[in-house]
Design a protein around this ligand. Sequence first.
Ligand code: DAT
Ligand code: MG
Length: 164
Amino acid sequence: MKENVLVIVKPDGMVHGHAGHVLTRFEETDLKLVGARVVRVTHDLAETHYQHLKDKPFFDELIHFLMGDLHNHQDLVLAYVFTGENAVKVGRDIAGATNPEQADNKSIRGSMGRVTTKGSFENVIHVSSDPLEAEREIKLWFTPEEIAIDIFKTTISGHRKVWS
Ligand code: DAT
Ligand code: MG
């Protein structure tokens, strides 16, 4: 099934210079790049992005990690959207398991990620977990104008296109 997926090169991936490699790995698939932007991660954006983990003990640290507070205040991340057959599964296979120590050695997380001595996962990239979550996330990180093709319904508000 044709799907969309949001990928984010997280602050650890950015400071270690992995953004280009991550993009290359996705370009080697049949997925199509339809949007990309460098985003400054605010507290609000990080909290809304990870809202499903609000009750986890590692939530606060996760928010600060995504804001770059653990990586030299690298609060700029690369976010992009790929579209194509089984985009979520294809993307999550490239990423590898959530815990870098359990991820396949050849995956992005298995080869470039690490678990800190405090036990937090520095796992280089975010990849949406399912198509519905991908839609929510893409609409959070991108405006309709920033996606090159119409992947979701939009409406006009004033002079601007907005997600329906
Ligand atoms: P994924 O990023 O593989 O979709 P997730 O959505 O369950 O995983 O969690 C989001 C992020 O939270 C994950 O990339 C790293 C962090 N995380 C998840 N489980 C964790 C755990 N048990 N300990 C520390 N960090 C964790
Ligand atoms: Mg997830």
